[in-house]
Design a protein around this ligand. Structure first.
Ligand SMILES: Cc1ncc(COP(=O)(O)O)c(C=O)c1O
Length: 362
C-alpha cells in the first residue's frame, strides 16, 4: 500500500525528482561528472549564502556531523543540546574520543545564547556544535543571536546542522560566520536520503589540515582537493546528484523568496488548524520550527490509533512523537514540495481520522 509521508523526513519525493535519479550513469572521473558537479556549485552556494565550496558527501547527515568533529576538534567541543539529535551529537563526540561538554536545555527549549557565552568564555573550547532546527521536538533556536556570541570567540570553529531548516528559510552562512554548514537531502530538499552537503570555511579547512585522526571518508582536506578538480573523494551517489540538480532548477523556477514564504505560510496553516482543535504547541512559544509543527498531545488521543486510521483510510502518515516524546507529542511536516492544496487535504484527513480516534488515560 502506498501512502504519503507527512513525517519530518524523509518526505514525499516528486515524480520529477525520481525521474532525474533514473538518468544513465556516468563515470565519476569523467568530464561529464565534472560538468555536473561544477554546474550545481553556484546554486548551492547561493542557497547557503556562501562563497565557500559545498562538498557532496555520500552519506546521511550523521556522516558529516561525526566527520566535522574529527576534522576540527583538537581541544574540546561544546555541544548545545535541546533535543534528540543534538543530545546524540554529544554522544558521538565522546565515542570519537573527543573532549566534550554537554550544554543541556530541556527538549523544546531553545539554546540560550547567554549560556553559550558563559561556557565559551572559559576558554576551554575550540569548537561548538549547534542544531538550528531540532526536528525531534520542532524547536528552532535563534541562530543569528547564537552566532553573534560565537563570533566573539575566534578560536572556536562553529559546526551548524541545518538539516531540517535548509532551503525552507533564509540562512546566511558567511554573514553569520558559520564555519561548517551541514545539511541532508531528505528534508526540505525533498530528495531520498543518502546525500549530505557540507560547506566548510577556509579557517575550518586550515584547522582540519592540522588535526590528527580525521580519517579518510569525511576528511575535509580530501574533499577540498577533489573539489578543486570538480569531483568527490570516492564514488558518489550520482543519482542523488542528478536529483539535486533537478531540485535546484525547481527552486530557481519557484523563486527562493516565494519558496521561503510558502514554507512559512503552510507551517502557519497547520499550526492554526491544529491549535484550533484545542491542542497546544510543544516547543516554547516563538521558537517553533518553520518546517514542521510539534504539538503536545494535550487532548490525550491514542496517537498510534490515529496514525493507523490515517494510513489505512487516508493513505498518509504523520509522526507520533520522537523517542521519549512518543505518544506525548505528534509532528506534522510541511517541508518540501507541499502546496496549500496538499496541506488542506492532509488537514481534512487529519480531522476525519481524529473524529474516530479513541482517547487514552491522561
Ligand atoms: C536536525 C537533524 N539533524 C540530524 C539528523 C540526522 O540525519 P540522518 O539520519 O539523515 O543522518 C536529523 C534526522 O532527522 C535531523 O532532523
Amino acid at each position: 500500500m502506498s501512502y504519503k509521508l507527512f513525517i519530518p523526513g524523509p518526505i514525499a519525493v516528486s515524480e520529477k525528482t525520481l525521474r532525474a535519479m533514473g538518468q544513465p550513469m556516468i563515470g565519476h572521473r569523467s568530464p561529464d561528472f565534472v560538468a555536473l558537479y561544477n554546474a550545481i556549485q553556484p546554486d548551492l552556494q547561493a542557497l547557503m549564502n556562501t562563497r565557500d565550496p559545498v562538498y557532496l558527501s555520500t552519506s546521511s547527515a550523521w556522516g558529516v556531523m561525526e566527520g566535522a568533529l574529527r576534522n576540527v576538534v583538537q581541544k574540546k567541543v561544546l555541544n548545545c543540546m535541546n533535543g534528540a539529535f543534538s543530545d546524540k551529537w554529544n554522544d558521538v563526540a565522546l565515542r570519537d574520543a573527543k573532549a566534550a561538554t554537554a550544554l543541556k536545555f530541556e527538549w523544546g527549549q531553545p539554546v540560550d545564547p547567554e549560556a553559550v557565552r558563559r561556557e565559551l568564555a572559559t576558554g576551554a573550547y575550540d569548537a561548538i556544535t549547534l542544531i538550528h532546527n531540532e526536528t525531534s521536538c520542532g524547536c528552532m533556536s535563534d541562530l543569528p543571536a547564537i552566532m553573534k556570541v560565537v563570533r566573539e570567540f575566534p578560536e572556536v570553529i562553529s559546526i551548524v546542522d541545518t538539516v531540517s531548516s535548509f532551503s525552507a528559510m533564509p540562512i546566511s552562512k558567511d554573514e553569520l560566520g558559520i564555519d561548517v554548514f551541514i545539511t541532508g537531502s531528505q528534508k526540505a530538499l525533498a530528495m531520498p536520503p543518502g546525500l549530505s552537503l557540507v560547506s566548510v570555511s577556509k579557517r575550518a579547512l586550515d584547522r582540519a589540515a592540522k588535526t590528527e585522526g580525521r580519517g579518510y571518508y569525511f576528511d575535509f582536506v580530501e574533499f577540498q582537493k577533489n573539489h578543486e578538480a570538480g569531483m568527490t573523494p570516492s564514488t558518489p551517489t550520482i543519482s542523488h546528484i542528478y536529483a539535486l540538480k533537478s531540485k535546484l532548477e525547481d527552486i530557481k523556477a519557484e523563486g527562493i523568496d516565494a519558496r521561503h514564504a510558502r514554507h512559512a505560510r503552510l507551517n502557519r496553516m497547520v499550526r492554526d488548524h491544529v491549535l484550533a482543535k484545542g491542542f497546544q504547541m510543544f516547543p516554547k512559544e516563538g521558537y517553533g520550527s518553520v518546517t514542521l509543527n510539534c504539538f503536545a498531545n494535550t487532548l490525550n488521543y491514542d496517537l498510534g490509533a490515529l496514525n493507523k486510521i490515517l494510513k489505512s483510510k487516508h493513505h498518509l502518515v504523520i509522526d507520533g512523537g520522537y523517542g521519549k516524546l512518543k505518544g506525548k507529542t505528534f509532528r506534522i511536516s510541511n517541508m518540501g514540495d507541499e502546496t496549500d492544496a496538499t496541506i488542506a487535504s492532509m488537514l481534512q484527513s487529519f480531522d476525519a481520522a481524529l473524529a474516530e480516534t479513541p482517547k487514552v488515560a491522561a
